[in-house]
Design a protein around this ligand. Sequence first.
Ligand SMILES: Cc1cc2nc3c(=O)[nH]c(=O)nc-3n(C[C@H](O)[C@H](O)[C@H](O)COP(=O)(O)O)c2cc1C
Length: 370
Amino acid sequence: MQTSLGRKFGIDYPIFGFTPSEHVAAAISRAGGLGVLGCVRFNDAEELDAVLTWMDENTDGKPYGVDIVMPAKVPTEGTAVDLDKLIPAEHRAFVDRTLAELGVPPLSDDVEQASGVLGWLHSVARSHVDIALGHRISLIANALGSPPKDVIDLAHEKGVPVAALAGAVEHARRHVENGVDIVIAQGYEAGGHTGEVASMVLWPEIVDAVGDSASVLAAGGVGSGRQVAAALALGADGVWMGSYWLTAAEYKLGSAADGPSSIQRALLGATSSDTVRSRIYSGKPARLLKTKWTEAWSRPDAPSPLPMPLQNILVSEAHQRISAANDPEVVAMPVGQVVGRMNDIRPVADIMNELVTGYDQAVDRLNEAR
Ligand SMILES: Cc1cc2nc3c(=O)[nH]c(=O)nc-3n(C[C@H](O)[C@H](O)[C@H](O)COP(=O)(O)O)c2cc1C
């Protein structure tokens, strides 16, 4: 399993793995793919710097990347407007009532309340870029649009290619016009922020539209070697996977104890029908695991989610409380439809091995079918 893009990055397999966990990201790189660390959770620049130093030291000299979130500029950013004041009381009351109904306790006194919005701010995402460029990174990816031109130029000056997610052909074209090197064509079935076109239709459409001027990675629904083979058959230069790593043994985010976290237990029991695309996570449509929390927001008495970044601020403490409550029935977690295939906890190296073996078997089957 190899493509010219994989060779360009010096990786064994053209498998790019997005994950919020540095342990998983490093393991993906060590296993021959390219681990990409999600930076949106880092409000503290020093913490990100320390984590990237850890990545430098724990990737066996193999390449890795970072993912930042630079949505369209928050209109009030840099002004004195207090975003908290823009959140209606009705919304706050609904969140409080729902958490009480679902038995989610308040945070204990020794836990610091998260500020919610910081990682989504341009100023913070720019600090992520500055810090990351001081490390041995091989890729900067951006969710929610092309990064600003000066960020792309800065990355290019340092020889770092830039990738951006696209859920529709026009987004892909815009990315390429803006100087993005790699378009991540992300289908409807993907976990996290996602558009309305399914991978089977979107991948070849984006390859046809921009494949001559940029590399294309296929994202959304990949969780087997057969699906990697399908992505390459449809013209992609590799795959970009997010959900599938959430049940990796190395994924320990938010769980202090050994063994699967409540989130992982919920994921293991879910089928491909157990996700929902909703604005309740951030204000923009994102695919989440369907749980009592997401169901509460679809009740007739629930208010409409607020626009980004207000919804993110509204639910920030709720997400912290839900995570601390450790109840698999009440989880706030992005995941794609591929969750139906995530049925055991395995080390990243085993997952990679399965992807490569499954790919080879799929190619053999196709060769036999010629
Ligand atoms: C838990 C989770 C968090 C995500 N957060 C981000 C993010 O911060 N930035 C980003 O570019 N993509 C994010 N994504 C999307 C992934 O990068 C990836 O495009 C997507 O998971 C691919 O589809 P799949 O879930 O079917 O593998 C997230 C996905 C998941 C499952």
